[in-house]
Design a protein around this ligand. Sequence first.
Ligand SMILES: [Cu+2]
Length: 123
Amino acid sequence: MKFLLVLPLLALLSFSPTAQAQTGPVASAKTANVVTTQFKTSAVCDMCKARLEKSLAYEKGVQSAVLDVPSKVLTVTYKADKTTPAALRTAVQKTGYDADDQTADARAYNRLPDCCKKTNAVH
Ligand SMILES: [Cu+2]
C-alpha cells in the first residue's frame, strides 16, 4: 500500500529535472538570435527621441530602441529571425526621420512639429 503512494512521487521527482533541462537550451537559443544595430537618424530633440523609440518598440522583433540625441544615433536590439536592418530603417523613415542614407518618408516628415524638422540643429 505504501509503495503505491510513493510511486507517483518518484515519477514527479524524476520528471522535474528533465523539465528544467528543456527550458535551458530553448532560452539560450532565443538570446543567441538577438542582435544590435545602429542607424544615424535626423532626430534633433527629446520629442524626436520619444517618437522614434516608441515607434520602433512597436516593430516586430524589436526588443529595445534607444536614441542618443547629441549623436542622433538610434541603437536597436532585435531578434534576427523576426526582422532585418532594412525593415527597421523603413520604420525610422515612416516615423519621419532619415535612416543612414535613406531619406525620411515625406508625409511622415511633414507631420512632425516644426521643432523636430531636420533643418533645426540638435536642441
Ligand atoms: Cu524633435
